[in-house]
Design a protein around this ligand. Sequence first.
Ligand code: FE2
Ligand code: FE2
Length: 371
Amino acid sequence: MNANTAFMDTDFTQVLVSNVESAADANQRALTNTVISPRFYTTDFDAMDKLDVSAVRQEWDLMMQEYEGDNNHDHFQRDAEFAQEVKTLMAKLDEKLKQEFYDFLISSLTSEFSGCILYNEVRKNVTNPDIKKLMTYMARDESRHAGFLNSSLKDFNFGIDLGELKKSKSYTFFRPKFIFYATYLSEKIGYARYITIFRQLEKHPDKRFHPIFRWFERWCNDEFRHGESFALIMRANPKLLEGVNVWWIRFFLVAVYATMYVRDHTRPALHDAMGFKSTEYDFEVFRITSEISRQVFPILLDIDHPQFKVSLDKLTALSLTMSLAKAQGGWLNRVKQGYCAVAASVEFARLYFLPVIKSKLPTQVRLTPTW
Ligand SMILES: [Fe+2]
Ligand SMILES: [Fe+2]
């Protein structure tokens, strides 16, 4: 998961201002919290323990059978060509693309590991058999995902010390309902991101500059199923989707979409190498995520509203200006940072109050990953 809602923080900085040259740099990048980097979460375990999914029992039990079947148990192993592909393909990349790719690997790993820690902690702290079982399966999947990413970082000697990261990175407390909104979205966005990359590279295999992308199709089906689990939990507890909570859903939608957009626009070379522009990639991800989220959210963001992209671009520009100002230092730049933080909050509010699309919840919750 990589939901990040800290837009009210003033620190919009550290957007790729330094290179990753060593394992220490990579570990520092994973450890540092910025507005756009993935965070670690903790929650109210007693409230998690009291969750009741009986209203969606039939769909829930079918989903648990899928988890038990574990059709990806043999997926996260390298094939014979992997190492050779890394060598020949990476040798052709320029330094800027390499740096953006390392950043992609580090933030993806942090985000997978964040899910792993949270699901594991919930598992350890509840007795409710439905929730305990679910968390066991999801932690299993996320641990495989994190491990697979870390082995790719190790190829460059940038391996992340996961034990140290777990101990040293700070944790953000979220009430269970915020965990559901944020985690549901980041799992579904995770699916949409991976499948969009996979489909693009399927069409343009010459643009597949690292073998890890070959794993994304089966990998993202895990993320899709994790999202389904939170969708069922929320649909089983419809109060989470009504009244004032709709305003919270709106907040999380805007925060998660905006964070992704700003972060992806720090990696233009990465998307360019895959044959798309960051904006085009992100809007495809928004479109897929919005279509999917009709299964649970009573509102969708109007991503085609002309102001939507204008505000996202302004947030991106403000974030970059702040990074530069912070890197340059001095009192004038501190004033500049303060100005940008206020302007970013205003822009965020503008996005938040844009008209939304009302959506009627379907009777059947579960979807199949057909994108
Ligand atoms: Fe994952
Ligand atoms: Fe996941």
